[in-house]
Design a protein around this ligand. Structure first.
Ligand SMILES: O=P(O)(O)O[C@H]1O[C@H](CO)[C@@H](O)[C@H]1O
Ligand SMILES: O=c1cc[nH]c(=O)[nH]1
Length: 257
C-alpha cells in the first residue's frame, strides 16, 4: 500500500496517525480529549470522522471519532489499522442495564454482547467480543489512580438506540424486551453501540482494544426506585481516565522494548 495515500473515509494518511488511538463516538468529544494531549492538532474531518494528533510522554497519539454504531466504527478502525495504528481505547457513553449503577459511573467493558449486524459479516456469532486484557487492566488502574469509581463487566452493543429506549414502539417489542431481561439476569452492566465491533475487528486484525464508557443515565434504577430522570452532565473523569489508561499502556510498552 502507498502509505501517503489518504484513507477514503477518515481522510488521513500514515504520517497523520499515531500507533495509539483514542476512539470517542461523538466528533464533539475529539477536541476535548485532544486538550489532554501535548501539542495536539486537528489533522482531518470528514463525515463523522474527526481526527486530532498529539503526543503523550513523547509518543504520537491520535484521537478519531467513530460516529454512531458498528458499521461506522468498523470503517474507522479498519482504516486506522491500515495506517499502522495498533492500540485503541474507545471513550464512549452508555445507558444502564444493572439497576445498581449510578449515572456518572465508569464502565470498563471486559466483553460485549454482539447484538449488532456488523460483526456477523466478519465471523460467526459464537466468536466472543472480548477486550484486550492489558488495556482493560491499564484502564482499571487509571481509574483507581484518579480515584474514579469504575466497574468491569459486560456491555450490550446494539444497532437500534430507540429499540433500547422505546422497545414498545417496535413490532419486535417482545423479543427486544426478552433479550434485555436476559442480559440483566446474566449480569450485563450497560448498553451502547460500538464496543463489540471494535473488539471483534481488533481480534481478527491482531491489534489491541479496550473500551471505557460513561454511564449517562440509568432507566432501570429510576424505574426500580421510582425516581425522576437523572442525567450525568459531566465527562471530564471519563476523558481523564481514558487518557491516563493510554499513558499507562505506552509506559508498559516502552518498558517491554
Ligand atoms: O457517546 P458515544 O461514544 O457515541 O456512545 C454512545 O452514544 C451513541 C448513542 O447516543 C452511541 O454511539 C452509543 O454507543
Ligand atoms: O442509553 C444509552 C446511552 C448511550 N448510548 C446508548 O446506546 N444508550
Amino acid at each position: 500500500m502507498n502509505t501517503s495515500e489518504k484513507m477514503y473515509h477518515i481522510q488521513c494518511q500514515e504520517s497523520d496517525i499515531g500507533h495509539y488511538v483514542l476512539l470517542p463516538g461523538d466528533p464533539g468529544r475529539v477536541s476535548e480529549i485532544a486538550k489532554r494531549l501535548e501539542h495536539a492538532k486537528r489533522v482531518a474531518s470528514n463525515r463523522e470522522y474527526t481526527t486530532y494528533t498529539g503526543y503523550l510522554d513523547g509518543v504520537k497519539v491520535s484521537v478519531t471519532s467513530t460516529g454512531i454504531g458498528g458499521p461506522s466504527a468498523a470503517i474507522a478502525l479498519e482504516e486506522l489499522i491500515k495506517l499502522g495504528a495498533h492500540t485503541f481505547i474507545r471513550v464512549g457513553t452508555c445507558g444502564g442495564i444493572d439497576c445498581s449503577l449510578e449515572p456518572g459511573s465508569l464502565i470498563i467493558a471486559t466483553g460485549a454482547i454482539r447484538k449488532e449486524g456488523t460483526t456477523s459479516e466478519y465471523i460467526p456469532i459464537e466468536f466472543p467480543a472480548v477486550g484486550n486484557f492489558e488495556l482493560l487492566t491499564a484502564l482499571n488502574n487509571a481509574a483507581h489512580k484518579l480515584s474514579h469509581q469504575s466497574y468491569l463487566g459486560i456491555v450490550e452493543s446494539k444497532d437500534s438506540f430507540y429499540g433500547q429506549h422505546e422497545p414498545d414502539q417496535m413490532p419486535n417489542a417482545a423479543i427486544l424486551k426478552q433479550k434485555w431481561e436476559a442480559w440483566k439476569a446474566g449480569g450485563a452492566l450497560a448498553s451502547e453501540m460500538e464496543t463489540s465491533a471494535l473488539y471483534i475487528i481488533s481480534a481478527i486484525r491482531r491489534v489491541r482494544c479496550g473500551s471505557i464508557l460513561l454511564l449517562i443515565r440509568n432507566r432501570e434504577k429510576e424505574n426500580l426506585e421510582n425516581t425522576p430522570p437523572t442525567m450525568c452532565d459531566t465527562n471530564a473523569h471519563l476523558l481523564d481516565t481514558a487518557v491516563e489508561g493510554m499513558r499507562q499502556i505506552i509506559r508498559i510498552d516502552k518498558e517491554a522494548q
